[in-house]
Design a protein around this ligand. Structure first.
Ligand SMILES: *Cc1c(COP(=O)(O)O)cnc(C)c1O
Length: 369
């Protein structure tokens, strides 16, 4: 049996360090924000090459506050991809704005800049690229559009801790970068967590205020805010895990290379592409094939778990029917949603297991041939 993730294996590998850090927080009596969270904010911002880090309680909250700090609100349009986790669109709606979708580039599965340009109207205020699966979107042409049309860029980097675009890290290019530390992410808490990176002093101050009830100081509320604070326990655990992240990312990249080598002979299968100048951090390793569902069923029968990221693009979700989109509006995203199959990838997976999964894929495809 090869599972899609194994969070206990990672815990076992760093158990002593994590438990010590948690006990320290428990005895400190400081359970929300505080010293550990502040230290983590500084360390993670440095990791991203950004000036500020503001820790919050989820990636969704990070996106929500980044949009509010960009003064995005009712009547504003924010262009994003339909091939993403629903939180991306949900955060735009939470800010009071309208998600406007643009189709993806089929090779990288991230926003196609030409489609973004075609979606710009007089109400467009921001572009929200998603660095899907751990590969950064094509930021140069998006930046060019943002400059030309006076738009803000907010990066959804929830899957892209440490990913790079021509040497620049995720979270250091846009006005803000939004990260999630949900347990299954490349850097995962033992609970919920998120963070906004920004190089703007003003945005940092605003996001810091908004995550803590809009307070400038205790019981002085300058604006309506939220309780989006990070727990001290999560801050302490994330500090420990951040020290291992580069090593874990290198292992993911090596496992991805090995998958590619093992699967390269299969003509009916398209492998993930690492585009020029990018450092892909392989949060997800998804292969693409027409007979996707049959392969998933056969692998499941062989004890190999797989995943779908994501089977229904956001513009076809019932919850977003009010936006007025239809099947056929984004053919590339729709085809990708039908054909992508995620294989297990995490730092504790062995090369032996990768060979087993690849063997299972090859067997199944040969049955079809
Ligand atoms: C995980 C994720 C989010 C949301 O993060 P949470 O911490 O679960 O709120 C947003 N966008 C993308 C692309 C994600 O993968």
């Amino acid at each position: 049996m090869i599972p899609m993730s194994d969070l206990q294996a990672q815990y076992k590998s760093i158990r002593r360090e994590v438990e010590q850090a948690v006990i320290q927080v428990l005895s400190s009596g400081q359970y929300v924000l505080g010293r550990e969270v502040e230290a983590f904010e500084a360390e993670f911002a440095a990791f991203c090459g950004a000036k500020h880090g503001i820790a919050v309680n989820s990636g969704t909250s990070a996106l929500h506050l980044a949009l509010l700090a960009a003064d995005i609100g009712p009547g504003d349009e924010v262009i994003t991809t339909p091939l993403t986790f629903v939180a991306t669109a949900s955060a735009i709606v939470s800010a009071g704005a309208i998600p406007v979708f643009a189709d993806i580039d089929p090779l990288t599965l991230t926003l196609d800049p030409a489609k973004v340009e075609a979606a710009i109207t007089s109400r467009t205020r921001a572009i929200l690229p998603v660095h899907l699966y751990g590969q950064m979107a094509d930021m140069d042409p998006l930046r060019f559009l943002a400059n030309r049309f006076g738009l803000v860029i907010v990066e959804d980097a929830c899957q892209a801790h440490g990913a790079e675009y021509f040497g620049q890290r995720a979270g250091s290019i846009g006005m803000a970068g939004c990260f999630s530390f949900y347990p299954g992410k490349n850097l995962g808490a033992c609970g919920e967590g998120g963070l906004v990176t920004t190089n703007s002093d003003m945005a940092a101050e605003r996001i810091r205020r908004l995550r803590d009830w809009g307070q400038s100081k205790r019981y002085h509320h300058l604006e309506k805010g939220f309780n989006y604070r990070m727990d001290a326990v999560q801050g302490a655990i994330l500090r420990i895990k951040l020290q291992h992240l580069d090593e874990w990312t290198e292992t993911r990249r090596a496992l991805a290379q090995y998958y590619k080598q093992q699967l390269s002979g299969l003509a009916s299968i398209a492998l993930p592409l690492e585009a020029e100048g990018r450092r892909h951090v392989y949060h997800v390793f998804a292969i693409r094939l027409v007979e996707r569902d049959a392969l998933a069923t056969r692998l499941d029968g062989a004890g190999i778990q797989t995943g779908l990221h994501y089977p229904i693009p956001v513009h076809l979700q019932p919850a977003y029917a009010d936006l007025g989109y239809h099947r056929g509006d984004f053919p590339e995203a729709e085809a990708a949603a039908r054909e992508l199959l995620s294989l297990p990838i995490y730092p504790e997976l062995s090369f032996e297991q990768v060979r087993e999964v690849a063997g299972g894929v090859a067997n199944s495809v040969h049955v079809d041939a």
